[in-house]
Design a binder for this molecule. Structure first.
Ligand code: FEO
Ligand code: CA
Ligand code: CA
Length: 745
């Protein structure tokens, strides 16, 4: 952030995104609300189930009340009066129909407004978005970035500290995963030519990363606006200086011209999903960093040997590989040259051969300290990090964080801290991060066919991860975390159907993770012999089928599924799993539609996932298989628990363990997004009255006509007025209930 824009917090609460709020007309009370109130009283009176969460775990609410609801409840004992019980959680909105509208269509009774979109200025002194790509490159150090993705809401106290209970004022941290090439940033898409235009590339470098902005409710409601000019508003970009911490800090594999000692780097990139810590910091996760990293022809021969080449290959960077963004072609300035991960100097301290190793990490940012230096926490391993989801912190127990490597046939990981949680560390920012995230054990998951699973430690010296290993001779723990994928290969981890988001059930601690899809090149038929990194279906990734109903035939597991597991209470290396939910079209064959999805809740390619503290699970889609029928969507779910279903035979003939089938009471579509977008990123205020989600890359699949100004989507400008036609932009959406109540129930 430059000095001239480091402006003190302003009283001006104007939202830069000024399209009118859409108001849905209906706020009728729902039948479910009435039923919930009734059921609540009955559950309390019968005394058999003591909490809302446990009421759900034994089965659906309908089965809990269906058998005896018509008979009078037994008369309550005259004394003592039963203690008041919380109402059982019920989904309380009507399902939104699948549609292809160029709008956010949310359930009746809810409002939609836009918090911020690509290019909105976060400070005073920069002009508003002009819709013509004329914004300066430098101004993107102070504007909202592109490709909104994972995010988190941190309550902000009057004293400027983290307050986990505060709902009316907070800091919203948002990932800006990538720039949507045809739209938004530049005057008329990306300039053509072998070398990139330097101004365009500089703008793109600043439009990646993370934004932190203060958000505030006005006095009249639960909707939120960005506080423009707040002293907390901050951009972290692909050029921001950050530290390496943990076992890989100072490793020779992290040495660069910028940091010859390997203790710092610049930039976080392709920040997909996220996490948060109980001490009040944000975790942003580096996923598709190969978008921006190139490697020269003939580079293998210049490397130190086979081990270094094996690492580059396993992380997807063969020699003579040009990145899609070609940032390194924009000029010889360090800002650009560093994206060429090739040997160009006499030593690693004189070039950027190690750029590849400086990405693929979990990065911690303290949103409450705008001048703090972000840290790449290397103990959590290097891979295509989708996100980092913490289990509930328990005093005196380690911090546990679950992670997935979002590539086809990659692995699921968890990190268990060495230090035990002490609630006195809340608010201690990066110092607390150093305490909990720099020392611990990284594990990789194996899912066995019988429903059990194993967490295998990626610890140097254990499990064959030694210098004597004939596949890859590990030098130390730095080598293990930098090459976590290779360590996972050696340990026989289970190849998954692209791990995306995770979420931990707030009361029973079971962990859910979306496996968004897999294709025929990687998840091959059960009858074939896999080669390379291909995998046959297995119990945890069981389906192989052909989706003939989409715009094009897709084979493999085109609709994805959601796995879940329960940790063993006594042994940190053991788990029990099932498949909670299978994505499918409602009219698919029974061995594809294994979860019994219907029109009100069918979906494809689950991606974003979020448990609110009440126990409602929110599922978002990033789909390319069902898009002839519907745009991407968000659903609300009330899951049961591991083992609530049974053995099932999946399409292709592989046996699996499926969770209980979904019903309209346990899974319901809440909203549908605009054209050609992905729905991603979920955050909620602690009072459940404001929900944030992101629309990423609306209109991305169409080729724009810059003269006629025709685009594949005109969202978000058209949300309030369908006749408005402006460039599509990624944006954060605010959902509130028209009557001000809790969302979803
Ligand atoms: Fe950026 Fe894994 O989706
Ligand atoms: Ca994602
Ligand atoms: Ca995705």
């Amino acid at each position: 952030m430059s000095k001239q824009h480091d402006i003190v917090a302003s009283q001006d609460n104007a939202n830069e995104y000024d399209e009118d709020t859409i108001v849905n007309p209906s706020a009728n009370p729902h039948f479910e609300d009435v039923l919930a109130a009734r059921l609540s009283r009955r559950v309390a009176l019968k005394g058999g189930i003591t909490t809302a969460a446990s009421a759900l775990l034994g089965g659906s609410i309908l089965s809990a009340c269906g058998s005896s609801d018509d008979s009078p409840a037994p008369a309550p004992a005259p004394a003592p009066a039963p203690a008041p019980q919380p109402a059982p959680l019920k989904i309380g909105f009507n399902a939104v129909a699948k549609n292809k509208n160029d709008l956010v269509t949310v359930a009746d009774g809810y409002n939609v407004s836009i918090l911020h979109a690509l290019g909105d200025p976060m400070h005073f002194g920069d002009e508003s978005w002009k819709d013509d790509g004329s914004e300066t490159a430098d101004s993107y150090n102070r504007r909202v970035g592109d490709g909104h993705d994972g995010m988190y809401f941190f309550g902000l106290s009057d004293a400027g500290a983290f307050d986990a209970k505060r709902s009316d004022r907070g800091l919203l941290a948002v990932n800006h995963e990538y720039v949507v090439a045809p739209y938004g940033l530049h005057p008329a898409g990306r300039a053509t030519g072998a070398a990139r235009n330097a101004t365009e590339v500089e703008k793109e470098i600043y439009a990646h990363g993370v934004s932190v902005c203060e958000v505030k409710r006005d006095a009249t409601g639960t909707a939120m606006s960005m506080v423009r000019g707040s002293k907390y508003n901050r951009r972290v970009t692909s050029a921001t200086t950050m530290d390496f911490t943990g076992p890989a800090k100072g490793s020779a594999q992290l040495q660069t011209l910028f940091s010859p000692t390997g203790v710092q780097t610049r930039g976080t990139n392709n920040n997909c999903a996220n996490g948060y810590t109980p001490w009040g910091t944000y975790l942003t996760c580096e996923e598709n960093y190969l978008n921006v990293i190139s490697r020269a022809a003939g580079d293998d021969a210049l490397r130190s040997g086979a081990k270094e080449v094996a690492s580059l290959s396993r992380y997807g960077l063969p020699q003579n590989r040009k990145s899609p963004y070609l940032w390194e072609t924009a000029g010889t300035a360090d800002l650009f040259a560093r994206w060429n991960s090739s040997v160009t100097g006499a030593a690693a301290t004189a070039d950027y051969r190690n750029t590849i190793n400086t990405f693929g990490w979990v990065v911690e940012i303290d949103p409450f300290a705008p001048d703090s230096v972000p840290a790449k926490r290397t103990a959590l391993g290097r891979f295509n990090h989708e996100g980092a989801w913490p289990a509930e912190a328990v005093a005196g127990k380690p911090i546990v964080i679950y992670m997935g490597d979002d590539s086809r046939n990659e692995y699921i990981y968890k990190f268990v801290s060495k230090a035990n949680w002490d609630a006195a560390d809340v608010g201690k920012g990066m110092a607390a991060g150093a305490k909990y995230l720099d020392e611990g054990t990284l594990y990789v998951a194996k899912f066995n066919a019988d429903g059990t699973g194993n967490w295998m430690a990626l610890t140097f010296g254990a499990n064959g991860l030694t210098a004597a290993n004939t596949t890859y001779a590990f030098a130390d723990q730095a080598d293990v975390v930098i090459n976590a994928r290779i360590a996972g290969d050696i340990l026989g981890a289970t190849k998954m159907d692209r791990p995306e988001w995770g979420a931990v059930h707030p009361t029973n601690g079971e962990v859910y993770m979306t496996l968004t899809n897999n294709n025929e090149a990687n998840r091959v038929p059960p009858t074939s012999t896999p080669t390379g990194r291909q995998a046959k279906p297995d119990a945890a990734n069981p389906r192989y089928y052909e989706d003939m109903k989409g715009t094009a035939s897709q084979k493999g597991n085109p609709n994805g599924h959601i796995i879940r597991w329960k940790e063993d209470a006594a042994d940190v290396t053991k788990l029990t799993w099932d498949v909670y939910l299978f994505g499918a079209q409602a009219d698919a064959a029974a061995d594809v539609n294994l979860s019994g999805l219907a029109d009100s809740n069918d979906f494809s390619s689950p991606d974003g996932l979020y448990f609110d503290k009440r126990g409602m699970l929110w599922i978002q889609t990033d789909d390319g298989a069902y898009t002839d029928i519907t745009n991407c969507m968000m659903l609300a779910a009330l899951p049961g628990k591991v083992g609530d279903g049974g053995v099932a035979n999946a399409a292709g003939g592989t046996q699996t363990i499926a969770g209980a089938k979904a019903t309209s009471d346990t899974l319901r579509r809440f909203l549908v997004g605009p054209k050609e977008c992905e729905i991603t990123g979920i955050a909620m205020t602690p009072d459940y009255k404001t929900l944030f989600f992101n629309v990423q890359h609306p209109g991305e699949e169409s080729t724009p006509d810059w003269n006629a100004k025709t685009f594949g989507s005109y969202w978000p400008a058209n949300q309030a007025d369908p006749t408005v036609k402006k460039r599509p932009r990624s944006a954060t959406v605010v959902i509130t209930r028209k009557d001000g109540g809790e969302i979803g129930i």
